[in-house]
Design a protein around this ligand. Sequence first.
Ligand code: PRX
Length: 582
Amino acid sequence: MEYNPIKKEEVSKMSVMPNLLDYEKAREDFRWEDISKELDELDDGCLNIAYEIIDRHAKTSLKDRVALYWEGDNGEGEEYSFSDLCRLTNRFANVLKNLGLNKGDRVFTYGDRIPEIYISLIAALKAGGVIGPLFSAFGPDAVKDRLGDCEARFLITTPKLARIVEKVVEDLPALEKVIIINRKNVAYELKEKEASYEDLMKNASDLFDIEKTDKEDYAIIHYTSGTTGKPKGVVHAHEAVVGHYATAKYVLDLHPDDIYWCTADPGWVTGTSYGIFGPWSNGISQVVYEGGFRASNWYKVIEKYKVTVWYSAPTAIRMLMKAGEGVVAKYDLKSLRYLCSVGEPLNPEAILWGNKAFGLPFHDNWWQTETGCIQIANYPIQDVRPGSMGRPFPGVTATILDENCEKELPPGKEGHLALKAGWPSMFRTFWNRQELYESKFQNGWYITGDRATMDADGYFWFVGRADDVINTAGHLVGPFEVESALMEHPAVAEAGVIGVPDSLAMEVVKAFVSLKDGYEPSDELRRDIKKFAKKKLHAVACPRKIDFLPGLPKTKSGKIMRRLLKARELGLPEGDTSTLEE
Ligand code: PRX
């Protein structure tokens, strides 16, 4: 493929000198302890993410720098400096304390990307809470499962979403207060347990003493899907900010004058690690856009705010490709200087297209909810190898392990992608699932659940998931959750769910269902099952396609053989079928 990556020799011609100038030297010299010294600890060696990202800048000449350029869905704009955010998060931290928040209590947010959601999350960290940001697209069951699993005490939401919370509030005995942000002042009657964000903020003080959290105290929970069971709460500690800070500086290459835009929602770990913690721990101005995807709106945002560094995801890039270069040409995007991507494999065509459309390649990087920060990346200083995730971050050791996760494999051999345990933003547990957590580690390696190869120069190449988890538009979907939701439909006897290839979203969810006696396959029933699933699941997890089968292939022990469903769907060899039920 024709492709001209940035050559090392060309770096001197770059408008901004990269923060990471010598990868090999950085690998040799790198110490996480040195990175920690670039942050300001609280007294007695305590560390609190909120202090590192906001308050420490509010004490310096950065205090008046715009931290947040907020662009609303309808084109309205608001600006918040670091000192504004310091004051507002102090207020809301007081609100939470006054409502009785104790250190370690779980505080969830459930709303669109509006400033108050960001303020609430940071304030909860200040007050010593453990934050759980949720996507506004979640349905009632998704909310109930997450808040219920970790017994959240506080939820911050909006009038529209409060109607969904209402359906499950009875099932959440630990939930004490639901705080309603009503920025548009719509008519809304507060119900039992509910309080008004605006009223509480009016009466709160601007001064707050940040909770002296230890670096090991829990700070963040993100729920992620696995092959079995409900989504698990991946827990990160305050020390994670060391990883966010370092990778935002050396991988996203953030510089003081940058205007940075991460397109991710805080409901996804990318939207917290790199939509809150990474840029703000570096004191960088960032844009938050409330609206959803539309090529012209996205380019408008870049043009209006003169975005310089842009972090997005392959599905979005493929959608931009689909919208075409004609739309790009309508906007002045000269401000862009560096582009990154994460979440799914970034196909070489997308890199090539970025180069053509913006004059810049997208730099792919790889990480997970569990890793908390970027682990493998393409850097500005290095040639991009289209299709490769890049090389490990200087403080990270990655390898490929054999089938038993015992031996390291030589270059070129496919196996399990594993990371040497111990980087600061490594997850600390799965909430209430310590045994499951421990099962992810072997001989000091964290086994990522991805399969990959490494080439002779140390570049890693993604092969696929080692499990049945589906990656659709960058979102992980556990087939079990979807199957469970489908099986609640009165007509469904059994369900098997797989990911099938899709040109935009990489994979989409496809379900195979067998029906109970008395039900016949029909388009109407298919539509009804889809509608039913939509109520239970996040929009991306709903099956795009449903096929009816008289019965599903199962193992002798009764487990649905998704592997076989997939092989049959894609016309691939069926492999070992010795365990197939007669
Ligand atoms: O399978 C890998 C895929 O996404 C998974 C992590 O998903 P999640 O925890 O939701 O992501 C959090 C932040 C990125 C990985 O195990 N993945 C992520 N990045 C890449 C990727 N697959 C291929 N290439 C990538 N760059």
